[in-house]
Design a protein around this ligand. Sequence first.
Ligand code: IYR
Length: 328
Amino acid sequence: MDAYERITRNAAEVVTEEEIEALADDPDGKRAYVGYEPSGVLHIGHMLTANKLIDLQEAGFEVTVLLADVHAYLNDKGSFEEIRHTAERMRDQFIAYGLDESNTQFVLGSDFQLDDDYTLDLHSLELETTLARAERAMAEITSGDSVKVSQAVYPLMQALDIPYLGVDLAVGGMEQRKVHMLARDVLPSIDREPPTSLHTPLIADLGTGRGKMSSSEGVTISMEDSREDIESKVNDAYCPPTADPEPTDDGEARENPVLQVFEYHVFPRFDAVVVERPEEYGGDLEYESYDALEADLESGELHPADAKGALAEYLDRLIAPGREQLAE
Ligand code: IYR
């Protein structure tokens, strides 16, 4: 796999392809980052962007993980003290998950976002941006009905993080895309380059295949889960024998979250996936690519129950190091 392929595999969107191609031509010493509101324990949403960071490290990039304590505070996630404490626990979780410690830089937002220069640049961006635009950028990041001033400041700070961290590539889930588009539009007003970004897909809720999997609602997988927890969540997951399930009766789109987790979490981290089956049901199956597994699920060669058994096994392997780290 060449650098461009590794950088862009499983991405839902890159902005722009030409800019990513230029980075892929000479990735050494280039820096990519993801920012996370500290939550202490990694869950499957963090793991998806972390997989991309691991791809980028393998392609030669250096990586910054921003533990966005000030952002979490602005997004009403608790007292500043609590958030700071939680941020410390997250660092070790990322390393346990598989980020390369020797080339991952962890930065707290509050290490630079309270400096005079940053604050003045932030005020310049505030002058450039309408409230309506800031609100739109936040639509998929915040919940809650009434928009606070803090939530209008939030995306402008996220935009400003990019030049202040000196990164070449901003990575995030698709829910971050409008913030990155805002950043492309406003950063030139303070003589900064429009940033290049890469967005990972959103995975549907494991239980229903609807909407997106989130830590606040529905079923999610986290580093706190025991093997039994994982088995029972995966066992109850929505898994029709197709990658394109019919929409619900009320017209809502559905995905197959079991296949999505195989595609975005398991295959990127393992060379092959073995589905164990008793001899009388045809014996073990081995897949070297996601597409082969999907094809067998669709043809009926692979039963959803066997796919789920394998998914629980591989998810457990991904989570075990983080779970052990939490127990320390
Ligand atoms: N908005 C992110 C957190 C975040 C991301 C980046 I990239 C920043 O520079 C700052 C904050 C979230 O929703 O978790």
